[in-house]
Design a protein around this ligand. Structure first.
Ligand code: APR
Length: 229
């Protein structure tokens, strides 16, 4: 089976009703990223950070996967599909994809501030000050904040280097190290980029740019690949 690797960003979830980050004046749901999505923010005002992620988590229970998430799952009929997502939502899983790597963490999970290996799935949407891990330390969102290391990046780079087909969907490719994954994909591997605002990237070989929203562009590519290969 050919290995098909998909790298996704906020744009794939936009049509489900989740806002992208860089489309809204540098503010993310009315907050500056530095105030809610950094370790410094957590130290300064943990209640605000918890509330911000509680709202994101609550919203996640109200939205559904869209045609793009669902189409990607269909690729598994014919390909060994690995999704690498920068998104913290679970819409790929709910859309039916079975191998999903979350580079930047997962909204529905929380972890210990004393031991990063203690990760739990939260019941419901609310994490409060005073909610503790089994070792007695405060729980935090299981999110890779700006400035924090991305523990899965090396594994993602290896997967990218093994791709027979590589599809990028809905990411501004602004945030490293995730944006650098394209550089690990072999030159002769066919690559697709689905993003209505994509700019040309002449330094990437074998790249087809589809300037469409994910909900229309992804099902088209998926149908093509299922018919051809
Ligand atoms: N379909 C496809 N792409 C879309 C759509 C859509 N319907 N709507 C918007 N986009 C595109 C935008 O053109 C943009 O290129 O999605 C991209 C969103 O870019 P960003 O907001 O920068 O999101 P992303 O690339 O995922 O950000 C990376 O940065 O904020 C951090 O950790 C956060 O994982 C996130 C990372």
């Amino acid at each position: 089976m050919k290995k098909l690797v998909v790298l996704t960003g906020a744009g794939i979830s936009a049509e489900s009703g989740l806002k992208t980050f860089r489309d809204s004046n540098g503010l993310w749901e009315e907050h500056r990223v530095e105030d809610v999505a950094t370790y410094e923010a957590w130290v300064r005002n943990p209640a605000l950070v918890l509330e911000f992620y509680n709202q994101r988590r609550k919203q996640l229970y109200e939205v559904q996967p869209n045609a793009a998430h669902i189409a990607l799952a269909k690729l598994e009929e014919k390909f060994d599909v690995q999704v690498i997502t920068q998104n913290v939502d679970d819409l790929h899983e709910r859309g039916g994809s079975s191998q999903v790597m979350h580079l930047h963490g997962e909204l529905k999970k929380v972890r210990s501030t004393a031991d990063p290996n203690l990760v739990y799935t939260l019941d419901g949407w609310e994490l409060k000050l005073g909610d503790k891990c089994e070792k007695g330390s405060q729980l935090r969102p299981h999110i890779v904040w700006f400035g924090e290391a991305v523990p899965l990046i090396e594994e993602a780079a290896v997967l990218s280097s093994q791709a027979d087909i590589f599809i990028v969907i809905g990411t501004s490719l602004n945030v490293y190290p995730a944006a650098g994954l394209l550089n690990y994909v072999p030159g002769n591997t066919p690559k697709f980029l689905v993003d209505p605002n994509a700019s040309p990237m002449p330094w990437i070989r074998n790249l087809t740019i589809v300037k469409e929203k994910a909900g229309s562009g992804v099902p088209k590519i998926v149908d093509e690949l299922l018919q051809k290969d």
